[in-house]
Design a protein. Structure first.
Length: 612
C-alpha cells in the first residue's frame, strides 16, 4: 500500500468514528414525568426537581423531559380523567415516551389504570411513593418502583425522645382520598402511643378552623405536619402556603416526614430526602433507558435518613442539642458573633493592639522624658551652683567688708575693754555694754557667713511653699553690703501680707540676686546719685510678681530676647550664664521671666510665679 492510500484510509476511519460518536451524542430519549397533584405540591415538587437534576447529571443521552400533572387526583371526582387520557393519547400517539416517571401514588394508580390504552409497552418507574400505595399485583414486566417507607411510630418516638414532656400532638393532614388513606395508616401505627400522648385529629375541619384550634394548643404540645392537599371544607392548598400559615400561628414545634418541608418551619428529625430519592430514581431511569427490563430492577424501599434538625427551632423550643440522637445533623446554626463580624472584630482588635502599643510607647517615652527632666533639673542645679560661686566671687569685696566691719568693731571693743580692766575701778556697767556689743558684732559676722554658706550650699532642686516677699527681703539683706559699696540706692515696695508660691528658696534667691547684681552692673558708669533700683512685689490674679527695675541705660531693643541666651554677655569679664540660668529656674517653677525697657529708661525684669 502506498503512503498516500494509507493516509486516505486513516482519514476515512477517523471520519467514520466521529460520525458514530456524533450519532450517540445526538440520540434523544423522551421521558414523561407525571405529577399526582399539580406541579407545585410539596414534597413532590422537590422530588421532581431533584429527579430532573439527577437525570441531567447522570444521562449520557440528550433527554426530552415533559411534565404533566394529574389534577384529578385532588378531588374524588374522577370525571376529568378520560379527557386527560385523551389528551395524553393525542400527545404521544405516534411516539410513546421511552420512560414514564410517576411521582406519587395517584399518578402511579392512574397509569396502571390506563396504560393499555395509552402506552402498553412504555416502561414505567413509580417513585416518590410510599410502598403501601403501590398495587404490586398490578405491576407488569414494564414496571418498577423506587419507594419509600414511612415508619410513623419510629418518627413519633424520635420526636418524643427530644421533647419527652410532650402531652398533645396535633395531626395536620387533609381530607382528600389519598390523605384519608394515610390517616387510617397513622391511626393504626400510632395507637400504642396514645397512652402517652393525646393525638388530636382535625381532618373534618376547614384549614381555617384547624389553624384557630392549633393556635391555642396547651403547653407541652407538638404539631405533626403530614400534608394539606384538600381540607375538610374541600379547599385545595397548593404550594407552601398551608405550612407557612400553620407556622405563623403555631405555639408548638412542628415535625414531619420529609426534608422537602425542612428549612424554616420544621424542627427536624428522621425524614426522607428528595435529594436521595432523586439520585435513586435517576439511577434506575438510566438502567431502563439503557435497555434493562424494568421488572428485573428491584429497589428496596428506603427508610428515613439520619435525623436532621434546625438549630433555630431547637433554640426556640428550648430543645437542648445534647438530647439529639448521636449522628444528628444540625443546620441553620446562627453564625457566631465572630463569624458575622469577623472583619470588624479583627479591625477593632488590630486598632486595640496598635493603641496598646502606642500607649506603651508613650508611657515609655514619658518615663524617658521624666528621667531627662530630672537629669536636666539636676544639671540646672549644678550649673546654678557654679553660677552662685561666680556671683559670690563678685560679692567677695562687699562680703569681706561686711565681715570686716563687725570684726573691726570687736577688736576696738576688746582693746577698750582691756584698757578698762587695767584700771583700778573698772566701770562694770560699761564693760557689760561692751560685751553685749561684741556679742552683737559677732552675731552679725556669723550671720553673713551663714548666709554665704547657705547660698553656696549644693542642694537638690526642691519645691516647698515659700513666701516670695520673704525671699526678696532675705536676698536684699544679703546684697546690702554690695549695694552700699557700689553706692546704689534700693527702693523696695513689697505687697502687704505674704505671697506664697511653690518654690526652691535658694534658687529663687539666686534669680533675684542675679537680677539685682546685673542692675548694679548696668549702672556702674553713672553718677552715684542716679543709681537707683526699684524692687516691687505684687499679686496679679493667680500670679505673684517680682519686678526689678534699674535706672541704667536699658537693653538695646534688638538684644531683648538675646540676653537670655547662654553665653550672651556685654561685660568684659562676664560669663553670659546668669539670665539663662535664671530663666531656666523660673520656668522650672512653672513661671516666666521677662525683660523689658522702662519708659523712663533702664531695664525692668519681671518674675511671674503661680501662687500656691
Ligand atoms: P553676664 O552678667 O555674665 O553678662 P547675664 O546672663 O546675667 O550674664 O547677662 C547677660 C547680658 O544681659 C549682660 O551682659 C548685659 O548685656 C545684659 N543685661 C543684663 N541685665 C541688664 C540690665 N539690668 N541692664 C542692661 N543690660 C542688662
Amino acid at each position: 500500500m502506498t503512503q498516500a492510500s494509507l493516509v486516505r484510509l486513516c482519514v476515512a476511519a477517523l471520519v467514520y468514528a466521529l460520525t458514530l460518536l456524533d450519532a450517540a451524542a445526538a440520540e434523544h430519549k423522551r421521558v414523561m414525568i407525571l405529577h399526582s397533584f399539580g406541579r407545585e405540591f410539596r414534597p413532590w415538587n422537590e422530588y421532581a426537581r431533584a429527579i430532573r437534576g439527577e437525570l441531567d447529571r447522570q444521562s449520557p443521552w440528550v433527554l426530552d423531559v415533559q411534565e404533566h400533572a394529574l389534577m384529578a387526583a385532588r378531588t374524588p371526582d374522577s370525571n376529568p380523567e378520560p379527557a386527560f387520557v385523551e389528551y395524553l393519547h393525542a400527545l404521544y400517539a405516534g411516539k410513546p415516551p421511552e420512560l414514564i416517571i410517576c411521582i406519587g401514588a395517584p399518578a402511579a394508580i392512574f397509569i396502571q389504570r390506563y396504560r393499555q390504552k395509552l402506552f402498553p409497552s412504555a416502561p414505567m418507574l413509580f417513585t416518590a411513593v410510599e410502598q403501601r400505595r403501590i398495587q404490586f399485583a398490578n405491576l407488569t414486566e414494564n414496571d418498577t418502583v423506587v419507594a419509600v417507607r414511612h415508619d410513623f411510630r419510629y418518627l413519633f418516638e424520635s420526636f418524643l425522645a427530644i421533647a419527652p414532656e410532650t402531652r398533645v400532638i396535633a395531626m395536620v393532614n387533609g381530607n382528600s382520598p389519598n390523605e384519608l388513606v394515610w390517616q387510617d395508616e397513622m391511626r393504626r401505627e400510632l395507637q400504642p402511643l396514645e397512652q402517652r400522648v393525646d393525638v388530636r385529629w382535625y381532618d373534618k375541619r376547614s384549614f381555617e378552623d384547624m389553624l384557630k384550634e392549633i393556635a391555642v394548643l396547651p403547653p407541652h404540645s407538638a404539631i405533626f405536619w403530614f400534608q394539606m392537599i384538600i381540607d375538610g371544607a374541600g379547599v385545595a392548598h397548593e404550594g407552601d402556603r398551608a405550612l407557612t400559615r400553620l407556622y405563623a400561628v403555631a405555639n408548638a414545634p412542628i415535625f414531619t416526614t420529609d426534608q422537602a418541608f425542612f428549612g424554616r418551619e420544621i424542627i427536624g428529625g428522621p425524614m426522607h430526602s428528595p435529594t436521595e430519592g432523586g439520585r435513586r430514581t435517576a439511577a434506575v431511569a438510566m438502567r431502563i433507558l439503557g435497555g434493562e427490563k424494568p421488572a428485573d430492577i428491584k429497589t428496596p424501599p428506603s427508610d428515613f435518613q439520619p435525623p436532621k434538625y434546625d438549630a433555630r427551632e431547637l433554640k426556640r423550643w428550648n430543645v437542648s442539642e445534647s438530647r439529639l440522637p448521636a449522628g444528628s445533623e444540625v443546620d441553620f446554626r446562627e453564625p457566631s458573633i465572630w463569624q458575622t463580624y469577623r472583619w470588624q472584630i479583627a479591625l477593632i482588635l488590630a486598632v486595640l493592639v496598635a493603641q496598646a502599643l502606642l500607649i506603651t510607647l508613650l508611657v515609655h517615652e514619658r518615663g524617658r522624658r521624666l528621667i531627662a527632666e530630672v537629669q536636666s533639673r539636676q544639671r540646672m542645679s549644678e550649673l546654678a551652683h557654679v553660677n552662685r560661686f561666680t556671683t559670690a566671687n563678685e560679692l567677695t569685696a562687699s562680703i569681706a567688708h561686711e565681715i570686716n566691719q563687725p570684726l573691726g568693731a570687736i577688736r576696738t571693743n576688746a582693746e577698750t575693754m582691756a584698757l578698762m580692766i587695767k584700771s583700778s575701778s573698772p566701770d562694770m556697767s560699761e564693760i557689760r555694754e561692751i560685751v553685749a556689743d561684741i556679742r552683737r558684732d559677732e552675731e552679725r559676722a556669723s550671720e553673713v557667713i551663714l548666709r554665704l554658706r547657705s547660698l553656696l550650699k549644693k542642694t537638690p532642686f526642691e519645691l516647698r511653699e515659700v513666701d516670695l516677699n520673704g525671699v526678696v527681703g532675705e536676698t536684699l539683706e544679703f546684697l546690702a553690703a554690695l549695694t552700699v559699696g557700689r553706692q546704689v540706692s534700693v527702693d523696695r515696695a513689697l505687697e502687704p501680707g505674704s505671697l506664697i508660691v511653690k518654690g526652691d528658696r535658694i534658687q529663687l534667691q539666686q534669680v533675684i540676686l542675679n537680677l539685682v547684681v546685673n542692675a548694679i552692673d548696668a549702672m556702674s558708669g553713672m553718677a552715684a546719685a542716679n543709681r537707683r533700683i526699684a524692687v516691687r512685689t505684687d499679686r496679679n490674679g493667680n500670679f505673684a510678681e517680682v519686678s526689678i527695675a534699674d535706672s541704667g541705660s536699658g537693653i538695646p531693643q534688638d538684644k531683648l530676647s538675646q540676653v537670655f541666651q547662654p553665653f550672651f554677655t556685654t561685660k568684659e569679664h562676664g560669663m553670659g550664664m546668669g539670665l539663662s540660668i535664671a530663666r531656666t529656674i523660673v520656668e522650672a517653677h512653672a513661671g516666666q521671666l521677662l525683660a523689658e525697657n522702662d519708659a523712663q529708661g533702664g531695664a525692668r525684669f519681671r518674675i511671674r510665679l503661680p501662687l500656691a
